[in-house]
Design a protein around this ligand. Sequence first.
Ligand code: NCD
Length: 301
Amino acid sequence: MDFKGQHILSTEQFDKDSLLALFEVAKEMEVVMESGGGDLLKGKVMASVFFEPSTRTRFSFEAAMQRLGGAVISNADMMSTSSIKKMETLEDTGKVLAQLADVLVVRHPEAGAVNKIATNSDVPVLNAGDGPAQHPTQGLLDLYTIWKEFGKIDGLTVGLIGDLKHSRVLHSEFDLLQYFDVEFVLVSPASLRLPQAVEGGDWNETEDIASVIERLDVISFNRLQKERFENPEECEALRGSFVLTTDLMAKAKEKSIVLNPLPRIDEIDVAVDADPRAKYFEQVKNGVAVRMALLKLVFGL
Ligand code: NCD
């Protein structure tokens, strides 16, 4: 895949070679960051267009742009402070923003909404999460973290754990990991199975993390996505049904790693943070390097 000038909307756009190429550039970007940043994107403007709450993703994209010398225009509350309030269509909003910036980074609570923004945009649109559907760049940084830690992805056993029904992060991680030779173990309450597994196929599924943790190289968690439940009471009834504790970590492989896109609510006990296998805060930093790499490649530089 050639990244230049592309919208990045879906995990389907990638292939194994383009992922590995991106990871090599991300590694170079870590060096750029450590040496005080660069000016590769000087004169370029990124618009952060967020219709849904974000801490990491928006700051991460903005930090990535600025560490490469680019500029940022940003609206973290598009839903209530943009012309969407006046019933402008997403297609028109996208067309307008493309006159103002060289790249758009968009998050929206509805699946497919970011594609609508991209419909009439002449500049690349990067999907920063569309409802429960996809979060491709979080998937990219999760895989980058795995690749960095193990020096490879092929041959690993990956546990995806938590709200597999609603977690766009785990959806994207699952899709991207399929470009590699990995064994999946899907761990969720029965009502929160991964949509891809519900559709069919022969997947290794369980509700009990304790019974599988010793087999996992990658222990990848995401919280209950309360805002995506039709009935929030159903979410609360499931609270506490998957929690990573130090007792469980005592059973995990010595060389395993624990991932979580964050925010962490209660699915990982804070006592696990001190375990060197917990990589979720390092993941945040890796995300900046991956987004620097993605911006570089999308601008064809
Ligand atoms: C995730 C998201 O927004 O989907 N957060 C993130 O981007 N780091 C995960 C989540 O909200 O649980």
